[in-house]
Every structure is written in structure tokens, then in C-alpha cells.
Design a binder for this molecule. Structure first.
Ligand code: CTP
Ligand code: MG
Length: 237
């Protein structure tokens, strides 16, 4: 069964604090986005990829994958969800509503093929996610704090049941038409939409959790680069 992959890659990488958006930082000598696209282009049954880029992107056209016939590009938006919506607007003009879409962060180059295969076998609305391994605390600012402190002191309000805590990864999958309408409506409502699943949940669709693995990390902070390089070196050695 064929499917499209959508890659939001229009962020600025504020937390990375580098001289360029993090998707263009070198990992093992290759730009991060290049590694992610190379990984995606190896997935069986792929119909095409739509990459969302920032309007003034000066790097993408230099990647070898930019010329690949299955790679399409659109201009992204202010938030990640706006970038994903831009790709879905583009796809909706050329594909049927039942088409399976997988949304995958540019910043996750290490996702393993076995996990993609598991996601493709899962329910039509599903996501890779990691069961929490640490004990999870719900935080609350103390009523007494405030006044003078730059950050409020935080205290544990409650320990959550770890067995019901999952950390969302990508890819996240849904049929094109459903994802398009849920994301558009969620943004119109001003709902916080940090992943595709949250937009679907808002309208009563419960995504299936597909167990992923910890090495599908999202490169966010400088220390993630070395970690990802180690994972990739083991994977492709
Ligand atoms: N992204 C996007 N459009 C945006 C913001 C983010 O396409 N307006 C993409 C990023 O390029 C990244 C993915 O969404 O591949 C996940 O976002 P995140 O890890 O938060 O990346 P940044 O927003 O670039 O990083 P930061 O939040 O530290 O600025
Ligand atoms: Mg961000």
C-alpha cells in the first residue's frame, strides 16, 4: 500500500543555538535533513515526500535529495502545525482523501525501518511512541513562591502512573483527508497542536500507540548531535 511522507523542516532550531537551522547541521559529515530524507527514500511503498521549508531557506536546494523525483517542497509556516498544514494543502490537490500520510520530523534521522513497518501495519490513525522509563512527576509552582525569582520554584504535585505514560515520536500516520480537516479545524480553534495526534484527538479520534525505541531521538540540543552520530554509525556501519 502506497503512502506519502510529510517532513516539517521549516523550523529555526532555537534550542540548538547554531549558526544555521539545525536541519542543516552536519552529522557524520552530511546535513541532518539529507540523512533524514535518505532514510525516508529507502522505505518500501513510498509514493512521495513533501518537505516544508522556510520561505528564505538557502540550504535545501544544495542537498542531493532536492533533485530526487519523489521529493516535493512547499513553504512552511510560523509553527510546526502550520508547516504540516501547508504540505497537506499541497497533497490534497493531487491525492485522494484516503491516501495514507506519515508525518515525520526532519530532526529525527535515526528512526529504524522496523518501526516504520510496524507503523504501516498499525491502525490508520497511529503514532510511534516510547513508554516512559523514568518515574513521572506532575509539577506545580508552590503557592508561596513568586516575587523576585526569575523562574518559579516547582514542586511535585503528584506521581503519575508510569505504565500509562507514553512519549510521542514521529512518524504519526492518518488518512490525508481526515488529518487535513482535523488540523485545519484545530488551528482555526486556536488549540495547542504540537503533533498530529493532538489534532486528531481533539475531534474524537484515538490514535493507536505503536511502541518505538529511544534511539528515534529528536535532535533538539547540542548534545543530541553526538548521540545521533553514534546511533547512525552503529546503524549504517
Ligand atoms: N518545524 C517546521 N515549521 C516550524 C517549526 C518547526 O517545519 N514553524 C519543524 C522543524 O524543522 C523540525 C520539526 O518541526 O524538523 C520539529 O520541531 P522542533 O524540534 O521544535 O524544531 P525547531 O522548531 O526548529 O527547534 P526549536 O523549537 O528549538 O526552535
Ligand atoms: Mg520548535
Amino acid at each position: 500500500s502506497d503512502y506519502w511522507v510529510v517532513v516539517p523542516a521549516a523550523g529555526v532550531g532555537k534550542r540548538m543555538g547554531a549558526d544555521r537551522p539545525k536541519q542543516y547541521l552536519p552529522l557524520l559529515g552530511r546535513p541532518l535533513l539529507s540523512l533524514t530524507l535518505r532514510n525516508i527514500l529507502s522505505w518500501p511503498g513510498l509514493a512521495g515526500v513533501v518537505v516544508a521549508l522556510s520561505e528564505d531557506d538557502a540550504y535545501f536546494s544544495h542537498l542531493p535529495e532536492a533533485k530526487h523525483p519523489l521529493v516535493h517542497r512547499v513553504v512552511g509556516g510560523v509553527e510546526r502545525a502550520d508547516s504540516v498544514l501547508a504540505t497537506l494543502n499541497y497533497l490534497a490537490t493531487r491525492e485522494a482523501g484516503e491516501t495514507t500520510v506519515l508525518v515525520h520530523d526532519a530532526a529525527r534521522p535515526c528512526v529504524a525501518l522496523a518501526d516504520i513497518e510496524a507503523l504501516l501495519r498499525a491502525d490508520p490513525v497511529a503514532l510511534l511512541a516510547l513508554p516512559a522509563s523514568d518515574t513521572v512527576k506532575l509539577a506545580a509552582p508552590s503557592a508561596a513562591s513568586g516575587g523576585g525569582e526569575p523562574e518559579p520554584r516547582l514542586y511535585v504535585e503528584q506521581t503519575l502512573d508510569r505504565n500509562s505514560i507514553w512519549l510521542a515520536q514521529t512518524p504519526q500516520r492518518a488518512p490525508l483527508g481526515l488529518l487535513h480537516s482535523c488540523l485545519r479545524r484545530a488551528l482555526e480553534q486556536g488549540a495547542p497542536v504540537t503533533d498530529e495526534a493532538s489534532a486528531l484527538e481533539l475531534f474524537g479520534h484515538a490514535p493507536q500507540l505503536v511502541p518505538g525505541r529511544g534511539d528515534n531521538l529528536k535532535i533538539t540540543h547540542p548534545s543530541d548531535i553526538l548521540l545521533a552520530e553514534t546511533i547512525l554509525r552503529l546503524r549504517y556501519a
